[in-house]
Design a protein around this ligand. Sequence first.
Ligand SMILES: C[S@@+](CC[C@H](N)C(=O)[O-])C[C@H]1O[C@@H](n2cnc3c(N)ncnc32)[C@H](O)[C@@H]1O
Length: 260
Amino acid sequence: MTQPARSHEAHVADQFGPQAAAYVASAVHAAGADLDRMAARMREVRPARALDLGCGGGHVAFAIAPESGAVTACDLSPDMLAAVAAEAARRGVSNIATRAGAAEALPFPDASFDAVLTRFSAHHWRDVRAGLAEARRVLKPGAPALFADIVAPDDPLLDTHLQAVELLRDPSHVRDYAVPEWRAMLDAAGFSLDAVTPGRLRMDFASWIARMRSPVPHVAAIRSLQAAAPDAVQRHFGIEADGSFWLDAVLIEARAVAAA
Ligand SMILES: C[S@@+](CC[C@H](N)C(=O)[O-])C[C@H]1O[C@@H](n2cnc3c(N)ncnc32)[C@H](O)[C@@H]1O
């Protein structure tokens, strides 16, 4: 039976809202070399105002709060923001404020931040180019921007498998971009690139689908795709007997180009 069509943003809020506490607690999200590097970079920059865009459980905000004057944690999902505010109160962190908003239409004035960071969120944005343009708009010229996300391999065979299992797992998935796509989109949005650091993340199948409450028929379809995948796909993603596998990730360090 077909369900009434909803906006992409409603899909995102429905997917993430009820899982807010799981994202705050998620081990995959709560630690990582990318998070450590974000904190180290902010230790150098000492931003008076930093933005964690698509904050989810707030792991970036919490990592950079000790290095920043004030951190704004922004997300589409009010439930995520409530979970971040509760966690900040629990930890006694007083310089994190939450703000609801879409990456594509940020509720902040031009040049209002000294740093923008976003992690594991851009692949959900309805219009990533608009989101990157907004990130550039709210940054001061020359200020740093750090983008961490899952990335697609350059090989179309691998790319298609990745997007297929991602969409089956989570109907709010839009696209894991490949690094050349990131480079072109950041250039078009007015960023210059300083560094691109690749990484790999192991996804435990059971918790990967549980976090998104993937419907049972979708889980079966993912397992079927994995079982039928050609050897190059099996090898690249390191698909294991229980469906656990490895994702490619990247941390891109950039800065806002001053307007000509
Ligand atoms: C996987 S979670 C983010 C994880 C978090 N940043 C971290 O480092 O653990 C993705 C988040 O992006 C948010 N999101 C998705 N699309 C968005 C958009 N267009 N604007 C703002 N937030 C968005 C979702 O609501 C969700 O909380």
